[in-house]
Design a protein around this ligand. Structure first.
Ligand code: ZN
Length: 72
């Protein structure tokens, strides 16, 4: 499954709570939600490099767990 990410402007900071790194990607909250990352408010969120990595990792984990659950 392709994850849609948009390029964003400079100076936007990460939307994850307690993170103030410069964001490199914008992601819809729907997708962030499925990765179980805490975000604030808006429909679109912004992730820094570190949290974008974490997001991708969590997406994989979540999908793996779902697969297990449904294959039992
Ligand atoms: Zn961050």
């Amino acid at each position: 499954m392709a994850i849609f990410v948009g390029k964003i402007g400079k100076g936007i900071t990460c939307s994850i709570s307690d993170c103030s790194e410069i964001a490199i990607r914008s992601i819809s909250n729907e997708k962030l939600d499925s990765a179980r990352l805490k975000i604030s408010g808006a429909r679109r969120s912004y992730l820094c490099k570190r949290h974008y990595k974490e997001f991708k990792k969590k997406r994989r984990e979540t999908r793996r767990i779902d697969k297990w659950r449904w294959s039992v």
